[in-house]
Structures are given as C-alpha cells and as structure tokens.
Design a binder for this molecule. Structure first.
Ligand SMILES: Nc1ccn([C@@H]2O[C@H](COP(=O)(O)OP(=O)(O)OP(=O)(O)O)[C@@H](O)[C@H]2O)c(=O)n1
Ligand SMILES: [Mg+2]
Length: 402
C-alpha cells in the first residue's frame, strides 16, 4: 500500500529520515501516527524508528538530547521540531509484566515490529509513502479489528498495560477485539495489578472519552479488567449502567470522573477516596465534588441559585452535560440558565467588601463582619437585594445591630 498524500507532520519530518538514510541506515515512521494516517484521523505524535544505533544517530545529527537513551530513544533538534528517534529493538525476559529485563538494539525492522502490541500499531511508513505491513495490520484496520501481534499472551506478558490499551482502542476507534486476543485479556486481566496506576489512569480516561465508549466499556467488563482497577472491583453493575444510556460523548476528564462517581452512587467522601486511589489531580477532586454536590438535586426540577454559585462555572457546565446524558429531572437548561442568571458569579463582584464596611460603618474586623458579608453575598446571589453599594451598606448597618 502507498500513502499518496503524506500528512503535513510527516512532510516536515522527512529531512530527518532523509539524513539517516544518507548515512546508510533505514528510517521509518511507526506507531500510532501511521495507524491514524491510514484511518484519516489527525496525528499527534510522530515516532521515528531506525536501524541506526543511538550513538550513530548522535553522530549523524548536530543537536541531540538523550531523552530515553536506555530504551534507544534520542531526540533530534536539527530540523525545527524535536523528533524522537528510536533504534529498532527487541526485548526479553519480562519478569515483572511491565518492563523488559533486557533491551537489545537490532538492525531489523521486522524484529522491532513484531514486539509491538497490536497489528494496527505495528505498521511502518517509509519516506516515499510505502506502508510496510508484516502482520496484516491493514486488513485489520479495514475490518476494524484489534488483534495482538503474534501470540497475544506473549504481548500481554511483555506489558500488561497493553490489555487496557486494547479496550481503550475499542472505545476510541469502535473496533472489535479478535477472539484469541480477547481470550488472552480475559485470562490475564489480573496482571493489570502489576501496572502503575498512573499508566492505567491514562488509558481509562482515553477509554471514557472515546466516541464508542460502550464498545470499550463492554469489553472492559467482559474481560473483567475492571476487577483490577482501583475502586471498581465491586462496581460491575454500576459500570454496566453506561451501556444503557443513549449515545453520548464526554467532554473532558472532569466529565468522566463525575459520571463514574455519580453512577457508582459515591458519597462525597467515597468519591474523594476513589479519585485519590486513581491519583487524579487535586483540581479534579475539587471539581468532581462540586459536580456531585449539584447532582444531589438530580430529582428536583429546580436548583437554588446559591448552589450553582458555589459550584462555579466549570462544575455547573459539567453537571448540566451529565444531566442531559443521564436524563435527570434537573435539566441541563435549568442548570445553565440558573447559572447564567446569577446577579454575581464571584464574591469579588459585590459592590461592597470588608474594607468598605470597616471604613463606612466603622465595623471591626472579626466574626460579625464576616457574617454580615456572607448574608449580603447570599441575598445578592438570590436576587433578594440589588448589588448596589448604598443598599448593601444600609442592610449591613441593620445586620450589624442585630
Ligand atoms: N505498551 C505499549 C505501548 C506502545 N507500543 C507501541 O508503541 C507505539 C507508540 O506508542 P504510544 O504513543 O504510547 O501509543 P499509540 O499507539 O501511538 O497511541 P496514541 O495515539 O494514544 O499515542 C504504539 O503504536 C505501539 O506500536 C506497544 O507496542 N506497547
Ligand atoms: Mg502515539
């Protein structure tokens, strides 16, 4: 097969491949960018593989950085963008199911491709556009099949994360998993326990953001990979609720975690523990908490404006999107409109503040002042008082006397 029009990202990298070839070595584009090009999808990282050893690459180019020299990866800076160039390699002795005991550099493209995870990821693209397809990856792309290269179990023993990658691709691409590959995942799902949660996290979020999430989730459940993910072992039925929903597409990581926590019916403190076990960022934990607090009103037709004010824009938008996906009684429109109609979105927008109250009303800093400000904020947010300084000062005066 021949790719006629190379994507711009590849065209820009051609001088790098050309320079390696002129030095007498082979060089190809490999990995996800080749797969995505053949699928007509945008590409995000350009990986280059070569028969030249790292030391040889460093001789060929002037500006290089040892970004992953022990795996055979050198970054070349000579041609504008930085390009990661990895020497063809084979690996052996995966005693811990995640890293090879030994990486060996080789001169043969075939040796390199045959230790890659899936046939659709084991394609190489030559600078002239020729696709090197040694494992029928193109047929699998056409048939929308995810098939491990060679013996599936061997590939998953090499790196157990590949099992999560496979279900992630099922979701991203809407492909089905070939029978033997599927059976090998089901048999070895427990090996996922050997994998760092940070790596599983990346795949899990990509799975949930996939356009064919149901396909990915169905495989995740059926292979029982879920049993070896943090906090999900007891959640089979709740996860299966994802399969019952109408078609939907999640917007971002916050939506993913919020939806999960909601479907699992986690309390705020359970949700925090769950998210911590996945090592999500503190920002995600805070925002998910805000979304779940809003969704406590899921069965009510309206929501009080102060709840939206407290949750802020991002969480309200996310709760609104989930309200639509879950077809809650509390509708998307209600959440959005309630937020948009807030007289103020932030305390800083109040026409008075502590300093003003101290100056104009001779109030003293302390709990009373704080309480007065809170009441004013509340009443302005609820629309009970206009956000006008004279009105607020007058009300503050009354309140401070109480
Ligand atoms: N556990 C892994 C990770 C990666 N690869 C190989 O390395 C390539 C690049 O890996 P990576 O960028 O992590 O994944 P992509 O397949 O490119 O997917 P994405 O589009 O998400 O980057 C893969 O295509 C595959 O050939 C592999 O065999 N096993
Ligand atoms: Mg990639």
């Amino acid at each position: 097969m021949q790719v006629k029009n190379l994507p711009q990202e590849f065209i820009e990298a051609l001088p790098v491949l050309e320079q390696i070839r002129q030095a007498g070595f082979e060089a190809y584009f490999v990995g996800g960018s080749v797969r995505d090009t053949l699928l007509g999808l945008p590409i995000h990282d350009v990986d280059i593989a070569t028969s030249a050893y790292p030391a040889e690459i460093k001789d060929i180019f002037e500006r290089t950085v040892d970004t992953g020299i022990e795996h055979g990866t050198v970054m070349v800076l000579d041609h504008g963008n930085g390009y990661e160039i990895t020497t063809f390699r084979t690996e052996s002795g995966y005693q811990d199911f995640r890293r090879p005991d030994k990486v060996e550099f080789v001169r043969s493209l075939k040796e390199d491709l045959k230790r890659r995870d899936l046939t659709i990821n084991a394609l190489a693209l030559a600078p002239d556009g020729t696709v090197i397809d040694l494992f029928s990856g193109i047929t699998d792309l056409e048939n929308k099949v995810l098939r491990a290269v060679g013996q599936p179990e061997e590939r998953f023993f090499e790196d157990a994360l590949r099992m999560m990658r496979t279900v992630r691709f099922a979701s991203q691409l809407g492909f089905s998993i070939e029978t033997d590959t599927f059976a090998a995942i089901a048999k070895n799902a427990h090996l996922l326990e050997k994998i760092a949660v940070e790596r599983i996290h990346v795949e899990w979020v990509k799975l949930l953001l996939g356009q064919d999430l149901k396909q990915g989730v169905a495989a995740f459940l059926k292979t029982e990979l879920y049993r070896y993910c943090p906090g999900l072992a007891q959640q089979k039925e709740n996860l299966a609720k994802l399969l019952e929903l109408d078609e939907f597409q999640l917007a971002d990581e916050l939506a993913c975690w919020s939806l999960l926590c909601y479907l699992c019916d986690f309390s705020i403190s359970d949700a925090k523990k769950f998210l911590k076990s996945w090592k999500t960022s503190n920002e995600i934990i805070t925002e998910v908490t805000n979304v779940l607090t809003l969704l406590k009103h899921a069965d009510e037709p309206t929501i009080d404006p102060f709840s939206c004010y407290k949750a802020k824009e991002k969480a309200t938008q996310t709760a609104a999107d989930l309200a639509e996906i879950l077809q809650l009684k509390l509708s998307k429109e209600t959440l959005i409109t309630t937020y948009e109609q807030l007289p103020i979105k932030d305390k800083a927008q109040l026409t008075i503040n502590g300093k003003v109250l101290i100056e104009k009303l001779s109030l003293k800093p302390g709990p009373i002042l704080g309480k007065v400000l809170n009441i004013l904020e509340h009443e302005v947010v609820l629309g009970n008082l206009p956000n006008q300084s004279e009105v607020l000062l007058q009300r503050a005066q009354e309140l401070s006397k109480d």
